[in-house]
Ligand binder design. Structure first.
Ligand code: DC
Length: 218
């Protein structure tokens, strides 16, 4: 059984997905971490992330495993390395590559096969798991999202201004929403949830209620 949570960065998808998965007794898959892992591999290999042939070569040499709380790239847990602004910015090119998307969609379906998962990303309800039992599109006011991201990066010791985050976020939202392949849009059957004025617990409660209702109906 699959539950999907899509939406823009900073809406609280990861925390909501993780907590919802715990409450339901499901596993949790952060698909953004997979795009970030490929980006890190590309940067390390000095690969031109806009060059599809180079990306194809890169993908051929990658093995990505997603055990709980880890992102394992060719045997190395790179989870602590993929949340930097550098990776965030560079991940746009990787996430726009049809080649990369095809491969990652395949891996995501393989990981989830035969298991119960809460999957979060941009295209989980629209492309990867169109038959998911319950789909959410979680969003929040852009200013609130930028502030959340700012606090998160500050806590991690990164010195970046709120203005820089605002403009990077605007560019990223526009890029994610307008790209040709798998743009970030709500699935036609997704439940829209605005987290601007909600605490994490309130978001998760609403989600859990909706999922359990759907599960009862099946
Ligand atoms: O959610 P995130 O910020 O960790 O995502 C990292 C990058 O991957 C970002 O550029 C959006 C992209 N992404 C995507 O295109 N599709 C997904 N399912 C998940 C993330």
């Amino acid at each position: 059984m699959i539950v999907t949570i899509d939406g823009p960065a900073g809406a609280g998808k990861s925390s909501a997905a993780r907590t919802l998965a715990q409450r339901l007794g499901f596993d949790f898959l952060d698909t953004g971490a997979m795009y970030r892992a490929v980006t890190l591999a590309g940067l390390r290999a000095h690969c031109d992330l806009n060059d599809q042939t180079a990306l194809a070569g890169l993908l051929a040499g990658i093995r990505l495993d997603m055990p709980p709380n880890q992102v394992v790239l060719n045997g190395e847990n790179i989870a602590p390395l993929i949340r930097t602004s550098e990776i965030t910015t560079a991940s746009g090119a990787v996430a726009s590559s049809p080649l990369v998307r095809t491969k990652l969609v395949e891996w995501q379906r393989q990981i989830a096969a035969g298991r119960n998962f809460v999957c979060e990303g941009r295209d989980q309800g629209t492309v990867v798991f169109p038959d998911a039992v319950c789909k959410f599109f979680l969003f929040a006011d852009p200013e609130e999202r930028a502030c959340r991201r700012h606090r998160e990066l500050q806590a991690r010791g990164e010195t970046i201004t709120l203005d820089e985050i605002r403009s990077a976020q605007q560019a990223r939202d526009a890029r994610d929403a307008t790209r040709d392949i798998a743009p970030m849009v709500p699935a036609h059957d997704a439940i829209l949830l605005d987290s601007t004025h909600l605490m994490l617990d309130q978001v998760v409660e609403r989600m859990e209620r909706a999922v359990r209702q759907r599960m009862e109906k099946r």
